[in-house]
Design a protein around this ligand. Structure first.
Ligand code: UGA
Length: 453
């Protein structure tokens, strides 16, 4: 099937390479000239496991190409996917301008579209509040008299595992008002739903026990849109909940890692998203929780619980900062080494990353900063430059009064702590993710300060 994917970020690119692997013909539309040039030269503009290899394979097979020309891409496609950004404004209201301008380009493309190419299905993959797909449909209808179908089809992929999650989803959610829209997406996704594809490299292998068919939830566009927001809000709620329990554990001298294990073994609760620490970051949870809260407010509903989730997360990184200050004051002459800049392991993304906020505050305190990350140094430099960025964690430790682990990259989990203790000038390791083995660190003569233990 011929598919145009508008927006080549995480969602658009992961979807494009996977659909190309399943045998569809994909044209990615990207208006950022730098990204487009990279993609046209076969280079992924973002770091994501398996993405570069699958991009190579799709281009080589002749099933994947890129352009900035909406009209030509949308003129022939049977499916037009919208995967552009939906940032939040200062007021927490969502900014739909990228979607609106994509819809306006589609209107232009439809006007000159050959009717022999059939009625296209427009698929909204971007994360949006309930009612947005209906609004976009009205906007398109007011600009063209050509026929089209529209559906909401949110994605649930995680950065760092975008390809894996696209290939092996827990579920697929489709919201539409016409049966023909469901039929087109059933056809597009049939290989994924039945798992009828070869999972050898460059694809990540199918996990043991993964069963097909993948459940498909078919509903209205408004419910599909709400499923996406509610999923992210619920996961963020789990994180803020466990962080509050962790804060309480500190007061009563309990250990949050044991507490989280103990509650996670209850199958009604489940073990995932119960890792306490410095709080959530990234381009999704911070944005989507605020957007849902604002959306509720715009409908006259005060989402009290979500407000608390957002506030707990905001405060969590400052509580951690307060621990660093308490242990090291006065800060003016202290050298602090930061381990991890990305908002989580497996990505070079630093959007809403706790490390950047921490470094800004510590810099204001007068501390001298050194930092490392396996992937995110270049992005961090663009955001904050009062820091010496180094490739080697042992160099970061040299002369440091304290080390602060902010991102739990596997590379930091089995460091040689004796070697680190020898080169540090102080003896404190702050573990913002409760992921470091205490015995090794304490055995090297260092002390560890974590969260909730
Ligand atoms: C999240 C969702 O997990 C995806 O399902 C969703 O599709 C995506 O947002 C999106 O809306 O596009 P992502 O932001 O990539 O994915 O990352 P997560 O793995 O969910 O982690 C988010 C943040 O929560 C990270 O900062 C992570 O460190 C933090 N986290 C996660 C915790 O602090 N504790 C945990 O137990 C789990």
């Amino acid at each position: 099937m011929q598919v145009a994917v508008i927006g080549c970020g995480y969602v658009g690119l992961a979807t494009s390479v996977v659909l190309a692997d399943l045998g569809h013909d994909i044209i990615g539309v990207e208006i950022d000239p730098v990204k487009l040039e990279n993609l046209s030269n076969g280079k992924s503009p973002i770091f994501e496991a398996h993405l570069q290899e699958m991009l190579d394979a799709g281009i080589k097979a002749g099933r994947l190409s890129f352009t900035d020309d909406h009209v030509s891409a949308c003129g022939q496609a049977k499916v037009i996917m919208l995967a552009v950004g939906t940032p939040t404004r200062e007021t927490w209201e969502i900014d739909l301008s990228q979607l609106e301008s994509a819809i306006d380009s589609i209107a232009e493309a439809l006007s000159s579209r050959n009717e022999l190419n059939g009625t296209p299905l427009i698929v909204v993959k971007s994360t949006v509040p309930s009612g947005t797909t209906d609004y976009l449909s009205e906007r398109l209808g007011s600009k063209t008299d050509k026929p089209y179908l529209i559906a909401s089809n949110p994605e649930f992929l995680r950065e760092g595992q975008a390809i894996f999650d696209t290939l092996y989803p827990d579920r697929s959610v489709i919201g539409a008002n016409e049966s023909s829209a469901f039929e087109i997406l059933d056809e597009l996704y049939s290989g994924l739903v039945s798992q009828n594809f070869d999972d050898s490299p460059p694809l990540p292998g199918r996990p043991d026990g993964y069963t097909s068919p993948v459940p498909v939830v078919k509903t209205s566009p408004r419910s599909a849109e709400m499923i996406k927001y509610a999923s992210n809000a619920f996961l963020a709620t789990k994180i803020s909940f466990i962080n509050e329990i962790a804060n309480l554990c500190e007061e009563v001298e309990a250990d949050i890692n044991d507490v989280a294990r103990g509650i996670g073994l209850d199958s009604r609760i489940g073990p995932q998203f119960l890792k306490a620490g410095i709080g959530y970051g990234g381009s999704c949870f911070p944005k989507d929780t605020k957007a849902l809260h604002h959306h509720a407010g715009s409908r006259g509903y005060t989402f009290t619980l979500l407000n608390a989730v957002i506030e707990v997360n905001r405060i969590q990184r400052y509580r951690f900062l307060a621990k660093i200050r308490r242990a090291l004051e006065p800060m003016g002459d202290k050298t602090i080494g930061i381990l991890g800049l990305a908002f989580k392991p497996g990505t070079d993304d630093i959007r809403e990353a706790p490390a950047i906020d921490l470094m800004r505050e510590l810099n204001r305190d007068g501390a001298i900063l050194k930092a490392t990350d396996p992937r995110a140094i270049e992005n961090a430099k663009l955001e904050f430059n009062s820091c010496e960025y180094l490739d080697d964690p042992y160099k970061v430790a040299e002369g440091a009064n304290a080390l602060v682990l902010v991102t739990e990259w596997p590379e930091f989990l089995d460091l040689d702590w004796k070697r680190i203790a020898m080169v540090m000038s102080g003896d404190i390791v702050f573990d913002g993710r409760n992921c470091l083995g205490r015995e090794g660190i304490e055995g090297a003569g260092l002390s560890v300060i974590g969260v909730g233990r």
